[in-house]
Write a protein that binds this ligand. Sequence first.
Ligand code: SF4
Length: 103
Amino acid sequence: MVKVYKKVVTSFKMQVKRRYLMLLKKEVVESGLKRRRGDCLGCGACCRSSFPCPFLFEKDGLFLCKIHENKPDVCKTYPFNEEDVFPHTAENCGYYFVDEATG
Ligand code: SF4
């Protein structure tokens, strides 16, 4: 129970921070996205961080988005840099970041 509470509270705080950055520090988001590699593996972990997204559905073992083509930027940009990765998704997320120099 403590673990679930910690996950919800931590990711909620991070979601507030990422919205702040997306609104007022776009350059941080954009520079991180340029270094992002990999792809979403459909684990759904980010979409179930603080509350389960109502657009999430499961198909063939993957968690998919009902509005994928039109989903909000806050979803499209997850994760935008290393610090934006929710701790509970860190091990399984298909995205990773390269150094600017090698990117
Ligand atoms: S945690 Fe990563 S791999 Fe899993 S659904 Fe989110 S973006 Fe995709």
